[in-house]
Design a protein around this ligand. Sequence first.
Ligand code: SF4
Length: 382
Amino acid sequence: MPVFARADGLIDIKSLSLAEIEAALTGLGSEKFRALQVYKWLWQRGVHSFDEMTNVAKAVRAVLVERYYISFLDVAAVQKSGDGTHKFLWLTEDGHRIESVMIPDDGRNTLCVSTQVGCAMACTFCLTGDLGLRRHLRPSEIANQPLQVREALDATYRITNVVMMGMGEPLHNLDNLLPALEIYLDEQGLNFSHRKITVSTVGLVPQLQRLAEALPVNVAVSLNATTEEQRRLVMPITRKYSMEALLEACRTLPLKATKRITFEYVMMAGFNDSMADAQRLVRLMRGIKSKVNLIPYNENPDRDIRRPADSVVRAFQGHLVKHGLQASVRVTRGRDISAACGQLGKTDPTKALVEGQKIAAIRIRREGEGYDTSRFVLDDIV
Ligand code: SF4
């Protein structure tokens, strides 16, 4: 894994894999088995200090403190939607804002995770794309999101599913995403099943193949059009990887027999919601183990794009189903807190509802940081 060190020279121990912690500890004269103890304290117990690792010998802890630190995202704010959706606004160590969204739905709690600060893909319908790419998130920053949401919310909101569909294009940051996913999937780490993790992409074809070869997670492709010209209008990446090349890659992707690729289709009124589009979509899906997720556009003041009428969405879905496709319509969640699809990165912190006490308590527990709860005054993250 890429190793990250802070300005003070201390290394982010969460940027090390289990094997790397083993190598580091044995290099410092410690027993190999200590590494697994440390790793579990980091990713299963989520400790904030080495002193909390009570089954690790004091001498080993002392060595760790001298060389490493335990990284966390700063919880800047939590907004709760009327529909139970929670949006977390985090601050990275270098002051960037990123977001994660927890969506409770029908017995499932899905966490939507960010993989970059901003995004370079510039899909025209997406507000996150307006930010441009500021930087890739580190593996520890990608893996800290579920760890810290687990810590912040009670058992009612136990995370059952993870979707890499927050800020950023996950496969643009594949070098950091893969080690992060190893932590998600590791029984000794965050311990998610591969069946419960979905990675979304606009269609970076070589990286998609690399991901499928490396790990058995679910894949979602953001399609949003039924012709090359139409897709180029809203998804500039189509100029680099044509829709045809993308769909061909999907046909041949080395997926487990039980897996289907989800095709996300943001429906925009008068643009891609006609019956001709529905017919083309049926043809495009031929030969691909697919399911289609229709996402009626989330209208917002920054875009002149309209959401199709419900009757249009139903007719479109009906055509897909009639022709043998598995097709669902995504219910919009968290729109009142700008947590819906394509809205991340636009949080107005002055309007954020802060569940301050609970989150502040977590931060105060961080040993030695002298954490000041006045940080919950949102002005300093504007
Ligand atoms: S839709 Fe996804 S890939 Fe496209 S700009 Fe938004 S965050 Fe980036």
